[in-house]
Design a protein around this ligand. Structure first.
Ligand code: ATP
Ligand code: MG
Length: 394
């Protein structure tokens, strides 16, 4: 029934001269998302508006779902575009639109006309009144409510006249590709995929690093991380996933360092290695799924100890979220079910019964000295043997 969608975007409209860059990125990203949808689509920019026009048959629900994954979009309005052929023709089109969209006419409404083209012979107030009257004539059950209408019938006089009354929510955020790239430390847990999604929502593209410890962690655990990356990629675009073999480093730490400090020391080496790949791939920061106090390794003291090895900014979008809030986002972006599959992750195998919760950096560094004779070599080997998987949205 609809041959076009009007795409609304808010935040990017205020970016001054950069506005065109943002709009162009949005047009590009919309086209990219729609590649996987049945149908032929044309995305075009016109006077601060973006339209998605369809050609022939297409799947409406799939189209809306795809558009709802494009960061930067705040509203998706299925729209009727009509030529200006006089008021009577316009009224006819509006009546037809309302009739087809709302089988039950028992609702309140308001007409909201706007003229982007001032040469139209009626002003907005006149259009509102005249179209309102026509609608009431056609459907006496409908009632006008100018303050809290259930249906807002929008009529915008542009080169073509836009008629729409439905606005579906977009994901918000900023268009991908407008903010640089960051390196996500992606585990098989609930948190890190959500963290990647959230930073990506600000227009940041992502690479990811996953540390596994075969044979202590299985091929299946790695596949789970690839599956999570695929889910995140539906929003963030393709992800290069760097899979690092962390076994020898973990064994060395396990052998040579106090067990209550294992997790902190291990996490420090994870950050260092992730940062290596971040620099190599021109990332501007690291992303983790840490949240204050969630576990022993995420107290303020532990975060400080982990952070100390990093020279890049570390983005922790979940830092102040409760687990339940994180789970809700995981459910919304459909990573939750994958995250809760029971496969061991490399941290759980080497965890101490009583990890330090207030690590003292001085002691941690002292313990790390025990690794002096081997750690350079082990890090080099871990970096050299990385497996990089190009992950596309599933
Ligand atoms: P998640 O649910 O993201 O696994 P978590 O609550 O299990 O988080 P930790 O295991 O302490 O918390 O990990 C904190 C953060 O460190 C993770 O969010 C992730 O960014 C990173 N991380 C942990 N383990 C790995 C791993 N094996 N590979 C890559 N990154 C990891
Ligand atoms: Mg984890």
């Amino acid at each position: 029934m609809y041959k076009a969608f009007l795409i609304k975007y808010a935040e990017i409209a205020i970016k001054g001269k950069n506005r065109y860059l943002f709009e162009d990125a949005l047009v590009h990203n919309i086209s990219y998302q729609l590649k996987n949808v049945d149908g032929t689509f044309h995305v075009r920019k016109e006077n601060g508006r973006i339209y998605v026009e369809t050609e022939g048959e297409y799947d409406y629900d799939e189209t809306v779902t795809a558009l709802q994954r494009v960061f930067g979009i705040v509203g998706i309005c299925p729209v009727i575009l009509v030529e200006d052929e006089g008021f009577d023709k316009l009224a006819e089109e509006v009546i037809r639109h309302v009739d087809e969209t709302y089988p039950d006419k028992n609702f309140t409404f308001k007409v909201n006309a706007r003229r982007a083209r001032k040469n139209y012979p009626m002003n907005s107030m006149e259009i509102n009144a005249a179209i309102g009257e026509k609608l009431l004539e056609a459907f006496p059950e409908m009632k006008v409510d100018v303050h809290h209408p259930q249906v807002l019938v929008n009529i915008e006089i542009r080169p073509m006249i836009n008629i729409y009354s439905i606005e579906l929510p977009g994901p918000g955020g900023m268009p991908l590709g407008t903010a640089g790239k960051a390196m996500l430390l992606l585990s098989g847990g609930i948190d890190s995929p959500v963290a990647g999604y959230m930073i990506s929502k600000r227009g940041v593209t992502i690479d990811a690093t996953y540390f596994h410890a075969p044979p202590y962690t299985s091929e299946r655990a790695k596949q789970k991380v690839v599956d999570l990356a695929k889910k995140v990629a539906r929003y963030s675009g393709p992800i290069n996933l760097h899979v690092v073999n962390f076994t020898d480093i973990q064994l060395a730490i396990y052998e040579k360092c106090p067990h209550d400090e294992l997790t902190i020391i291990m996490r420090r080496y994870m950050m260092k290695i992730a940062e290596h790949f971040a620099y190599e791939n021109k990332c501007l920061g690291l992303i983790t799924g840490e949240s204050i106090g969630q576990v022993a390794s995420q107290t303020m003291q532990s975060l400080a100890a982990t952070n100390e090895v990093c020279t890049m900014p570390v983005y922790r979008p979940l830092i102040a979220l409760d687990k339940q809030d994180i789970v809700e986002i995981a459910e919304k972006i459909d990573t939750y079910e994958t995250s809760i599959q029971p496969f061991e992750d490399c941290c759980t195998i080497f965890v101490a019964k009583h990890p330090v919760t207030k690590p003292n950096l001085k002691y941690i560094k002292k313990s790390e000295e025990n690794l002096n004779d081997c750690i350079e070599e082990l890090m080099k080997k871990a970096i050299e043997t990385v497996e990089t998987i190009h992950v596309d949205a599933e």
